[in-house]
Design a protein around this ligand. Sequence first.
Ligand code: ZN
Length: 440
Amino acid sequence: MASRYLEPAIECRSRAAMMRWQSLRVREQVRHAAAHSPFYRRKFKEAGVKPTVRGVHDLARLPFTTKDELKENQASRPPWGDVLAVPLADVLRVHLTSATTGRPLAFLDTQDDWRGFYHSYARSLYAFGVRRTDMVMTAFSYGPWIGYWSGFQAAQDLGCLVFPVGGLSTEQRIDALLTYPITVLGCTPSYALFLAEHAARKGLDLAKDTKIRITWHTGEPGASIPATKARIESAFGAKAYDLPGLTEIAAWGFECDARSGLTHVHEDYCYPEVLGEDGRSVGPGGRGELVFTSLYRKAMPLIRYRTRDIVQVADRKCPCGRTLIAFEGGVLARVDDMKKVRGIIVYPRRIEELVRPHAAVDEFQIVFRRHEGLDDILVRVDPSPALSLAEREGLKGRLADALRTGLGLRPSVEITEPGALPRWDHKARRVVDERTEVPF
Ligand SMILES: [Zn+2]
């Protein structure tokens, strides 16, 4: 029977039943971690807490887990650290997080852990409208990043015809899109724009020349930024969806086909807490840091893991009828991306929100720098080749106005020659902080 839910019994479960399930899983996960993970045994002991919880309301007694802690644990006890709570022989897969500084974190999964990861992902694809009759291209890089493998297996889990292109060049991928009846494409938002620009240079129009009807995007928050999403949708003549995920937790969220601007959470796989600055859970409408407790992974069962992502708890219901908790607009900011310029907090995502609506911008770069003795933001813009010199000047003025109004600061804007800025075939690195000289 046609349904908009892959698993209605879970996606539309009553709040009371969901909480009972989560409490059961949290109890079991904490017990498992305390019994089998040397890292967590130590951690609970050092914090002086009894490693038993009655349910989710009891979780706040337990200490947080941070990514720095996990990285340090693997550095001091190479190569896996001792979070691992199962025998190594039970581990099926290793993935590496996409670290921008230092050694990436190695994350281990059992067979069941892995099935959970890609199955929740499959549920998201289904919510986008992907069905077994679709042909799916996963255009992520083939390597230790979890994005490629989980997207591919999720589509396979739904029974789609899957087309693995991890190792193919952009040229070969475009050729495949023109040759085969591929209806769904998964990639980073930066890569979607890169692919479209590449095709346009060859005189192709992916909206007309391919059968793509749905695209989904992960690895970066671009598809939850309305102007970026609109640009992808027009390039492919398709509907674009955001799929936020974390190697360490799950492909935890999805926007549904009601396209209401809400991001649902796979709460049966990971228990979310959204904590305000005072460390307490915020209510509907409140913003805070997202903290997850893994409810299904046995190899590395993370408890109260600080994601460093800022989200806002929705205070409205999604018309799709799902009862899963939802966030307003996906991940709104990453704490680690926050910059201070003359005392004002600036998130690169906000700059993207202001730059992307300008259709004549093909690519951009954000430079935080010291300029004439003061902190300054320079936004470099790579214009469409069709623009005349006078039009470039006009664009520069409009961008400067939009940035000044949107940020409450006066950033410098520079228009480069068309094609001068780097393009990104995986995750983009559009931000450079010359003040610390640590690009990220
Ligand atoms: Zn919905």
